[in-house]
Design a protein around this ligand. Structure first.
Ligand SMILES: [Zn+2]
Ligand SMILES: [Zn+2]
Length: 369
């Protein structure tokens, strides 16, 4: 009886053309390098397209796992039983200790699960030996670094690990309504503890309704898809040099590990939305500082207090509604607007007799000589 054939050895993915040993990505050169004979080769590009964005809705609408693929043909993955992180790597690398919690990974590596494969990646730039030297120097400068940390740094050395991020683009248009407060001071009379009448200045606020629209485009809102590194530490690494983003190629994984994302694409989008909302909120506050909604009967003196605007001397009108009619030469229709003398007045409500509501905005100072 013929002995059972041993399973065919896995084809080596990046064999050295000089000696056949496995090549690894060498950060210093940005090339694949053979650790055995020193031969280098460029990272093979599979008709690499530029890193491009995908429409989110279209992507999410794809059914099943059709759009998922493994990191590479050979990639293996292990899940740490200590912290739950899933880390992928290429043979002949081994799982080793968990790069996040240091626990020894005892489970058998299996073929990496398909995932939303990265479109782009920032290749490592610091070679391993240089990183190791720097960490050692840093540890020596730390008098109180725990011995366990020093031991760990010695034993495990330094390993390069890719961390997952989602990047979101969005074009946004936001309509808002609200109240804009104007502070003014008033002199108030009161009776002090001795029964004497005194006066004091008090600040009061008048509220004006405001409404408007802001638009803003966002590019590369980065959301960490790792939960294994505290968010604050991760954000401390920003800004990332996204200009240097390379189209993803499995060869970059050779000699390195990669963490599988722990935040799913739609959940990351929720996080991205809250990042964008903070920026939009600021835009609205800025715009409403120079724009507000007022009744057509608003006195022009009041307009001066609010926007620092005073029309030319020969103006006959005393209200903002009158002013817009005077400027246009007719009773304006709803939706009509006029820009003059650095402000814009838009008629929001009214009839053939009068202007009832306007939005007044201060135009941005024109760059002129
Ligand atoms: Zn070689
Ligand atoms: Zn772990």
């Amino acid at each position: 009886m013929a002995p059972q054939q041993p399973p065919a050895p896995q084809p080596k993915q990046f064999p050295c053309s000089g000696c056949g040993a496995v090549m690894e990505f060498a950060p210093a050169q940005g090339l694949l390098k053979c650790g055995h004979c020193g031969h280098t080769e460029p990272v093979p590009a599979e008709a690499a397209p530029a890193v491009a964005a995908h429409p989110l809705e279209e992507f999410l609408a794809l059914v099943g796992d059709a759009h998922l693929r493994p990191l590479s043909g050979q990639a293996l993955q292990v899940q740490c039983t200590g912290c739950g992180s899933v880390v992928s790597f290429e043979p002949p690398q081994v799982a080793g200790a968990c790069p996040f919690c240091g626990a020894n990974v005892v489970t058998q590596p299996k073929a990496a699960d398909p995932l939303v494969a990265p479109d782009g990646l920032l290749p490592f730039k610091v070679p391993k030996d240089q990183a190791q030297t720097q960490v050692r120097a840093w540890l020596q400068s730390r008098w109180f670094a725990p011995g366990a940390l020093k031991r760990l740094a010695r034993q495990e050395g330094i390993a390069g690990l890719y961390l997952p991020f989602w990047s979101y683009d969005a074009d946004t248009v936001s309509r808002y309504t609200g109240q804009r407060g104007e502070n003014y001071t008033e002199t108030e009379t009161y009776t002090d503890s001795d029964g004497n009448t005194q006066t004091r200045e008090v600040t009061r606020t008048t509220w004006w309704p405001t409404a408007g629209q802001v638009s803003r485009g966002f590019r590369d809102v980065l959301i960490a898809a790792s939960r294994s590194v505290p968010e604050k530490k991760l954000n401390g690494l920003a800004p990332w040099d996204l200009e240097s983003l390379s189209p993803y190629e499995p060869a970059y994984l050779a000699g390195f590990k990669a963490q599988r994302y722990q935040v799913e694409l739609p959940d990351g989008f929720e996080d991205a939305k809250s990042v964008m909302a903070r920026v939009i909120d600021r835009d609205v506050r800025q715009e409403s500082d120079t724009s507000f909604v007022a009744p057509g009967s608003l006195d022009l003196d009041r307009l001066h207090e609010l926007l620092g605007f005073r029309p030319e001397e020969d103006t006959e009108s005393t209200t903002v509604g009158g002013l817009v009619a005077e400027w246009l030469g007719h009773v304006p229709q709803v939706g009509e607007s006029v820009e003059r003398e650095g402000i814009r007045i838009e008629v929001l409500a009214g009839n053939e007799l009068r202007v009832e509501q306007v939005r007044v905005s201060k135009l941005e100072a024109q760059a002129s000589v």
